[in-house]
Design a binder for this molecule. Sequence first.
Ligand SMILES: Cc1cc2nc3c(=O)[nH]c(=O)nc-3n(C[C@H](O)[C@H](O)[C@H](O)COP(=O)(O)OP(=O)(O)OC[C@H]3O[C@@H](n4cnc5c(N)ncnc54)[C@H](O)[C@@H]3O)c2cc1C
Length: 418
Amino acid sequence: MNVGKSILSPTSHALIVEARIVNRNKLDVLILGAGAAGLMAAIEAGRRGRRVAALERAERPGKKILISGGGRCNFTNLHTQPGNFLSANPHFAKSALACYTPADFIRLVERHGVAYHEKTLGQLFCDGSARQIVDLLMRDCAAAGVRVVLSTPVSEVRRDDSSGAFSIVAGKEVFTAPALIVATGGLSIPKIGATEFGYDIARQFLIPIEPCRPALVPLTLSGAEHTHFSRLAGISAPVIVTCGKQSFQEKLLFTHRGLSGPAILQISSYWNKPDSMRRDSIKVDWAPAQHLLAPLLEPKAPRDLSAVRAALRAQLPARLADQLTEIAAPRNFTNRALDELERSLHSFAFTPIGTEGYEKAEVTAGGVSTSALSAQTMESRAVRGLYFIGETVDVTGHLGGFNFQWAWASGAAAGRAV
Ligand SMILES: Cc1cc2nc3c(=O)[nH]c(=O)nc-3n(C[C@H](O)[C@H](O)[C@H](O)COP(=O)(O)OP(=O)(O)OC[C@H]3O[C@@H](n4cnc5c(N)ncnc54)[C@H](O)[C@@H]3O)c2cc1C
């Protein structure tokens, strides 16, 4: 007997449909944001039999993964260590990083048959495209029974005081769950939808936030430094760049606005940290471990500006050599003056006036304070059932696959705990 159709009035049928929808939106775990961290948390929680929905404002998941690593996604780094991360508490990331390692993510990539290669310094990239990483995460979400709900910007989070359950308002729908994982990312690249929402939720629940700033970002110059170096836009050189006690040996790239390239992106995360009292200078060694002016010290070698230029041209890109000769030209060519010039070429100071901001930053430094979270689970110490993961948290990786490794590790930590 077909009971359903014959005895239900249109109104009661609608009520049952609505009840089913409402039931569908009652979950064990809600995840805000289907980026790297959110998808990983969803997979881990779904595999443990939790009913999970990941709510994503964009029309597709993992948009940042898609644009990462020049479209090839530098998905991890073989040499990941806690020292590759900045945080007000440098110890915080240790536990999560130890429980979900680069080898774990590599196993996942290999299980899905995605070919990859090490580009340099332990950085692993897809041979094909970053899309393969999003696809494999989505396949594992489906296998774990996770619902990924797209085009669903979450606008409101409430918590029931008596039950502790969270209600999420997203578009016209309301979702509820006893556990809420905030994985809405940081502020970098607003044009692909970065929002402050994760920090708003932290503020709403009185969870402290470390001051945010753009990181892994080009630095800008002004005045004479800009005039001298903007004409070198497009030229790059391998250097050691230092700010305070931190140094990186990678390439520096001149831009129309200032300085970029991996060396500068790396040091930018350490430049003008919130505890800096004044604008930091950065120091550049243009020719690490080389004696640039050695040819001038040879017996009977000519000692003049042309000889300096020729010596620099032998080791550096020609236009950079010419520019440095013009700026640093000594008044005379005594041994002492040449020594001083040599020293200055290994410790050439710039005082950037700023960064190119969140529009160009790969990540946001600062964020939800680790002092408020469990390092094992990412759960708020004060608000049970509320978790923060990925870039929203005050843990920022160096350039080279470390930020994704943090997203996977913090996502796995929360997904295994909810
Ligand atoms: C150009 C670029 C290249 C990069 N390349 C690399 C790389 O090669 N290797 C590396 O390790 N790192 C790289 N990064 C950094 C890396 O992309 C991030 O660290 C990582 O994506 C952070 O993951 P997440 O899940 O925390 O945040 P995200 O990946 O930013 O995900 C957050 C998600 O939350 C969604 N969201 C935001 N607000 C809401 C809301 N209110 N409701 C619902 N959903 C919401 C967003 O749409 C987004 O999908 C790169 C970053 C950029 C910008």
